[in-house]
Design a protein around this ligand. Sequence first.
Ligand code: MN
Length: 287
Amino acid sequence: MNRIGIYYAYWTHDWDADFHPFVDKVADLGFDVLEVNAGTIGNMTSEQRRSLKAHADDRNIGLSYCVGLTKQYDLAAEDKSVRDNGIAFLRTIAGAMGEMGGGNLGGIIYSSWPATLPAGVTDKRPYWDRSLASMKEAIKAAEDNNVFFNMEVVNRFEQYLLNTCAEAVAYVKAVGSPHAKVMLDTFHINIEEDFFSEAIQTAGEHLGHFHIGENNRMPPGYGHIPWTEIGAALRQIGYKGDVVMEPFLMPGGEVGRDIKVFRDMSVGLDLDAEAAKALQFTRGFMK
Ligand code: MN
């Protein structure tokens, strides 16, 4: 049985948050996993990290970690000092996660978010090569801390490097570490791939983490994403990892701004009740 999780920012306007209340909330709602902001974890003290991990253990909640690296940490940047900053930041995060027992780091950890190619540039190969060289250095910190780096495939409007699962598989093969994995997200698959099942099959044994969300980033069950096909494909490849929903409904704050929620999609909805409903829906198609 795959563990089912939810991303804390469903409930917040800011990326930084105290995760303790969310450990209790998601445990009370019946989830197995809480996904948190890896940057925040990296900035916490060891004592704060131990306390959060103890709380999560106490509530039988697993933790996963997500980050979209900002520009100053871009692993694909032309400027070597920027790339070195990014590698150092990933090492900090891996070390912090190691203190909490390790686990999955996912997101845009191979470049920066959001990002596009500079005007006039059409060949992304130099960016790919620089990202890969940086990741080959950073991945050692994952290996040393029982951490897995999951490269999230995202749509073209957010990033340019890994827009398809095939690209991500080529990337993680080139990194050449069992701690480098592919991460897929149904919201992004819906934009870039021909077929959901084909993308999941392409990932195969490389799939390390899986985000779910509707085409409009509503909770699973509200849109037109083919959940039955997705559940079947995940079973077919023998995926044993976590399935984490990442709905975004509220405009405003850093989260609404960065996710581009320009209308209130939460009108008339109780966020906790919707999360519980989406959890049952997800357990249904993951059976
Ligand atoms: Mn995602």
